[in-house]
Design a binder for this molecule. Structure first.
Ligand code: GRG
Length: 300
């Protein structure tokens, strides 16, 4: 029987080891000390912390097609590198201006703004270098699909575009629909890409890919709703942040427009929608089922 805590802990350990290994490897070493500083900042922003949920989704989606966890790991590491870069840049004074991330000083606080920008840039760049390596998948056509999937999820039609809309939305006046689109791009797109990358590694056919995409889109909405609920209900310490930033800044979220009870109801329905999308898959999809439930129940 699938056990979420065992599998997610095993995945987190593998991600920590895999990232640490990659971030000490020969691909990152330049000829002088300047390069060492940026690698140290990349390590600060990506190691020792984080739930590693996106690599877990890659692993769980691949598991439906009997792909071993190790075979899904490089793609999971690439997604996590993109996620960590986005957090490093999001914490900068020009964006959310946060001092703490995962209970530790943010990269620009531990180093400086310029180093944090460069560390994020380098994580972004190396994510795609890693996807291009034959160890990620033996078939170059699969590697190209993985690169495209991640680039589109992270780019202007996905995470970066969602962040831009979020910044524009701070002026207020977003409808529920516009908030939903912004969130689907900002956080949903990377979750969607993670699930689809696992499915692509597993050789999913069009029908399976479409069902898993429907799962991922609902799971992404559930993740963001839970995040918005936690922003107003959890203590900042539990979230590893200095403050409950979004609520404090009066940011528009579905909690601010639907109220806490309304948002919790939508969250339950959204998790059910994610589970329904998996109905044609057997017990091998239990990992993805457990993660959708975890998204709704998480405490940080
Ligand atoms: C700066 C290009 C750029 C994008 C930033 C994703 C994002 C866009 C910003 C993150 C800000 C944020 C806190 C969004 C809420 C949802 C979210 C992504 C939370 C953090 O993800 P978790 O909970 O974090 O998976 P851990 O630390 O566990 O990895």
């Amino acid at each position: 029987m699938y056990d979420f805590s065992t599998d997610s802990a095993a995945c987190a350990r593998a991600v920590e080891a895999g990232l640490s290994d990659y971030l000490t490897g020969p691909r990152l070493s330049g000829p002088g000390p300047a390069a060492d500083r940026v690698v140290a900042a990349m390590r600060h922003g990506s190691l020792e912390g984080g739930k590693r949920l996106r690599p877990l989704l890659v692993r769980q989606a691949a598991a439906i097609f009997s792909v071993a966890p190790e075979a899904a790991l490089p793609a999971g590491l690439a997604v996590e590198m993109i996620h960590c870069y986005s957090l490093i840049h999001d914490d900068l004074p020009a964006m959310d201006d946060d001092d703490l991330r995962r209970g530790r000083p943010t990269v620009h606080k531990a180093y400086d703004d310029a180093t944090a920008i460069l560390a994020g840039d380098a994580l972004l760049t190396h994510a795609f270098a890693l996807l291009g390596e034959p160890t990620t998948h033996a078939d170059p056509a699969v590697r190209i699909r993985l690169v495209t999937e991640l680039a589109l999820g992270a780019g202007a039609g996905g995470m970066v575009g969602g962040q831009m809309r979020d910044i524009e939305g701070e002026k207020g006046g977003f409808s529920d629909g516009e908030i939903g689109i912004m969130q689907a791009m900002k956080t949903g797109a990377l979750i969607r890409a993670s699930v689809r990358m696992g499915a692509i590694i597993g050789g999913a056919d069009a029908r399976a890919l479409s069902a898993l995409t429907a799962y991922a889109e609902a799971a992404g909405r559930a993740f963001q709703l839970a995040d918005d609920i936690l922003d107003v209900t959890a203590t900042p310490e539990a979230m590893g942040k200095a403050t409950g930033k979004d609520a404090e800044a009066g940011k528009q979220t579905l909690v601010s427009t639907l109220g806490l009870d309304g948002a919790r109801k939508v969250l339950d329905n959204t998790v059910n929608e994610a589970l329904l999308a998996l109905r044609t898959f057997g017990p091998k999809a239990d990992g993805l089922r457990a993660t959708a439930r975890f998204f709704a129940s998480r405490k940080n």
